[in-house]
Write a protein of this length. Structure first.
Length: 273
């Protein structure tokens, strides 16, 4: 089976599954988000090991799971969660001794917690809706907009891309593709508002929708580049092999790690919930 067919097959299963769980909400949605974040943290630990670091086994993975659960229940306690992860990492590093890179290990544990932990914003987005349908609709607004951004960037960059955007990190990414991605994100957000939000009776001011599209169009490629930077240091093409044709979980959510928190803040401010 070709990579394109594998991608389509994974998307055909994944999108309805995510939509269903987002509709259900509650602990089913929290558990799903936590599971994805944990999987991404595991892949991040492997990248670090491939780059020569000596991670603290399991600790950062437990940290991101706790981060999502705590963030879903009491967001104000996230700072305390990060503190516990950092101090716990230092204690574990103390047991191993200075020759095992305690600075790297402690920093990695925090990165594993906070970086994929940004997915907790998907839980907060779900809470913006007073009904299951409304909650799922707010979740899929940044998801659909990011997809529109990625699609436009890929198509234009592949066909007309000439000037390299970040050649040392991602040689395939072009200025033309990034600009097309921003335009695609704005168009995707506007279409989503017209075809999904308005029929559902959900209020989203025009300026907010356009601003969200611009923000996502700028943030999505940065999220992709951030992960590419880590993979380049590790000397690997993909973060994992879990998703046929797509790579790993971190490969699929890298843009969303930058997009979702900002999307939540903009929507929380813009719709007044």
């Amino acid at each position: 089976m070709s990579d394109t067919r594998r991608r389509v097959a994974v998307a055909a299963v994944g999108i309805p599954t995510v939509a269903t769980v987002a509709f259900l909400g509650g602990w089913a949605w929290v558990a799903t988000v936590a599971l994805v974040a944990v999987g991404a943290a595991v892949e991040l630990e492997r990248l670090a090991a491939a780059a020569g670091a000596r991670p603290l086994p399991v600790w950062g993975v437990l940290g991101v799971g706790a981060w999502v659960v705590v963030g879903a229940v009491t967001p104000a306690a996230l700072g305390g969660t990060a503190l516990v992860v950092a101090l716990g990492a230092l204690v574990l590093a103390l047991r191993r001794g200075p020759e095992h890179g305690p600075l790297q290990a402690t920093g990695l544990a925090l990165l594993q917690t906070i970086y994929p932990g940004a997915l907790v914003a998907a839980v907060w987005l779900r809470q913006l809706g007073p009904t299951p349908v409304a909650g799922a609709a707010w979740v899929f607004l940044p998801l659909a907009t990011t997809w529109a951004c990625d699609t436009a960037a890929w198509f234009v960059g592949r066909r007309w891309g000439r000037r390299r955007f970040a050649p040392q990190v991602s040689p395939g990414k072009t200025v033309e593709g990034v600009v097309a991605g921003i335009i695609g994100a704005v168009a995707g957000a506007v279409l989503y508002e017209a075809l999904v939000l308005t029929p559902l009776g959900l209020r989203a001011p025009w300026g907010l929708v356009v601003g969200l599209g611009l923000a996502i169009g700028g943030l999505a490629p940065l999220g992709d580049l951030a992960e590419s930077l880590l993979k380049r240091q590790a000397g690997v093409k993909d973060s994992g092999r879990l998703l046929p044709g797509h790579g790993g979980l971190l490969d699929r959510v890298d843009s969303l790690l930058f997009v979702l928190p900002v999307a939540y803040l903009l929507l929380r401010w813009g719709i007044g919930r």
